[in-house]
Design a protein around this ligand. Structure first.
Ligand code: FES
Length: 295
């Protein structure tokens, strides 16, 4: 396996690359990696699980970070831009990185064609991941769709740090619920809700979460994958005075803070009516729960 290293920001001096100052003052260890595909198989009718052998720098990716993937041509042809993909797992001992992705467009159709032994060009790790407070004792994770992939490594990370994790996994149907075993194996208490069972709507979820909070209060909240779940968690976090973070999905261009294709409005601070504009790829994709605007 070849490994191409093209570090940006921290050490790359090409004139079109963002400097540390351009990137918000932070120096990050970003590189383009040639990763060997180990596994790329369907997990249900919509999603696939890919595991790649990754260089040391890539396998140190933190929960909430992402890679910008160069996708091979698929059934719908080639893609010009890379596709951002959140990290589903990263193991620096085995030197692996995992992705859980929905096949829904030209880029992911191309990813689905990769076979074990093929090479995946992955730029990263990119973005700012979750920052769990040291004192966190009971973390609530609310995930739907691709949010299950994004929040899964945070569950393992929190349990490893001694926190209790309660996870709500939401999906359209039971057949589309992914990773429940993985979350349980990581030590999370998992509650599954689905549209087909009628228990995934925010009103019913709110009742469940209030009950859980009354039994053992949450002291940090995170969500990903659903606007309705984001709004619900903002309401509860505000009422309970509990902080949190959310990971945002967004179309991207460069993925490294240079092109401003991913800019979105955020509240200047929790509760503020004043908006500020931030780059999801560089300032996030993880943001303060109360500063994030719904869509
Ligand atoms: Fe270019 Fe975010 S994708 S600045």
């Amino acid at each position: 396996m070849t490994e191409a290293l093209l570090p940006y920001c921290a050490t790359h001096d090409a004139s079109d690359a963002p400097t540390a100052a351009d990137c918000g003052g932070a120096a990050r260890d970003i590189a383009e990696h040639a990763c060997q595909v180990l596994v790329n198989q369907p997990v249900n009718a919509e999603y696939r699980h890919m595991v790649v052998r990754a260089p040391a720098g890539a396998s140190l990716a933190q929960p909430g970070q992402f890679f910008h993937l160069a996708c091979p041509p698929g059934a719908s042809g080639s893609t010009f831009l890379r596709r951002p993909m959140s990290v589903y797992g990263a193991d620096p001992v085995r030197r692996t990185v995992e992705f859980l992705y929905k096949v829904q467009g030209a880029g992911t159709q191309g990813l689905a064609t990769l076979q074990p032994g093929d090479t995946l060009d992955a730029l990263g790790p990119l973005g700012s991941g979750f920052s769990l407070p040291d004192c966190t004792q009971h973390l609530l994770l609310l995930a739907r769709g691709v949010g299950l992939a994004t929040l899964s490594p945070l569950a393992a990370h929190a349990v490893a740090r001694g926190a209790r994790v309660t996870a709500v996994l939401s999906a359209r149907s039971k057949a589309l619920v992914m990773s429940a075993q993985r979350w349980r194996a990581a030590g999370a208490t998992v509650h599954i809700v689905t549209d087909e069972d009628g228990d995934s709507d925010p009103l019913q979820l709110e009742a469940y979460l209030r009950d859980q909070h009354a039994k053992q209060p949450f002291d940090f909240l995170s969500t990903c994958g659903s606007n309705r779940l984001l709004v619900l968690l903002q309401k509860l976090g505000n009422e309970w005075d509990v902080a949190g973070q959310t990971a945002i999905e967004q179309h991207m261009g460069c993925g490294m803070g240079s092109c401003y294709a991913c800019v979105r409005p955020f509240r200047e601070s929790a509760g503020s009516d004043r908006l500020t504009f931030r780059r999801v790829c560089w300032d996030g994709p993880v943001f303060d729960l109360q500063e994030t605007t719904s869509w």
